[in-house]
Design a protein around this ligand. Structure first.
Ligand SMILES: Nc1ncnc2c1ncn2[C@@H]1O[C@H](COP(=O)(O)OP(=O)(O)OP(=O)(O)O)[C@@H](O)[C@H]1O
Length: 238
């Protein structure tokens, strides 16, 4: 059964090029969302997440709220395995699909077809699985003969279409999203939106950060609001 368990999770970023005595530190403390502090070695650090604890189980649809810099993306990236906890723990079970950066791992010199395999490997799938999925991904992307050409010649919209088609090809237990994805031109967006809806509805657990109240109201049954890396409210609703 899929789950996420966070216990006292804290994530700190060391700012190696900012000294403790520097005037720059004051500037940082004014503008950043995370808490500015210092490490034992007198280096400036930003505490992006501070003592975060929560549990998620199948059926949970968590909306992450908070001002810019409050720690939403850092929490999503920690859930995706991009950042390790500085202290505390974060555990999960289940296949995770991270839609945080859907073109991550693509090689611009490789063709679209090659990138289907490469990006699939990044997502934790086998080459065999990706080969089986290739016709479906190719059809969804609508890139046709472009898939035989290097990705560097794609427009940014074409690249995102391919990344989206690959990332959503395999159903998963846990879906992570930073804002509801809007991909491609108007026609493609409708198709992508339907696919995203199907994927998030089928997932056991969804975690989405959003500044859009309508997204949170329509799809979430719980919200956690962050402020300077701390949970300031945790609400459950139908
Ligand atoms: N790689 C990094 N190095 C240093 N500081 C970072 C890094 N990533 C995030 N931060 C800091 O961590 C804090 C939280 O940032 P995060 O991106 O998680 O906020 P957010 O809530 O997602 O903001 P937004 O709504 O603007 O996307 C901020 O103070 C930010 O400056």
């Amino acid at each position: 059964m899929a789950y996420i368990k966070s216990r006292g999770l804290s994530i700190e970023f060391p700012l190696n090029d900012v000294s403790n005595r520097s005037l720059k530190r004051e500037a940082f403390s004014l503008v950043t969302g995370g808490k500015v502090g210092s490490s034992p070695r007198h280096k400036v650090t930003i505490k992006a997440l501070d003592n975060i604890s929560f549990d998620l189980k199948p059926g949970d649809r968590l909306g992450l709220l908070g001002h810019n810099g409050s720690g939403k993306s850092t929490l999503l990236k920690a859930l995706a395995g991009v950042y390790a906890p500085t202290s505390g723990s974060l555990e999960s079970r289940g296949q995770i699909t991270s839609l945080l950066d859907i073109t991550l791992g693509m090689d611009m010199d490789a063709t679209g077809f090659e990138n289907i395999i490469l990006r699939g490997l990044m997502l934790g799938h086998t080459p065999q699985k990706m080969k089986e999925l290739t016709p479906e991904i190719a059809e969804f992307s609508e890139l046709g003969e472009y898939l035989r050409l290097p990705a560097r010649i794609y427009s940014s919209g074409m690249l995102v279409r391919l990344g989206f088609a690959i990332s959503t090809a395999v159903p998963s237990d846990i879906v992570l999203m930073d804002e509801w994805l809007a991909v491609g031109d108007a026609d493609f967006q409708k198709k992508a939106n339907d696919k995203l809806k199907e994927m998030t509805e089928r997932a056991a657990i969804l975690v989405i950060a959003s500044h859009m109240p309508s997204i949170i109201e329509n799809i979430c049954n719980r919200t956690i609001c962050l402020e300077k890396g701390i949970i300031v409210s945790d609400s459950f609703f139908e």
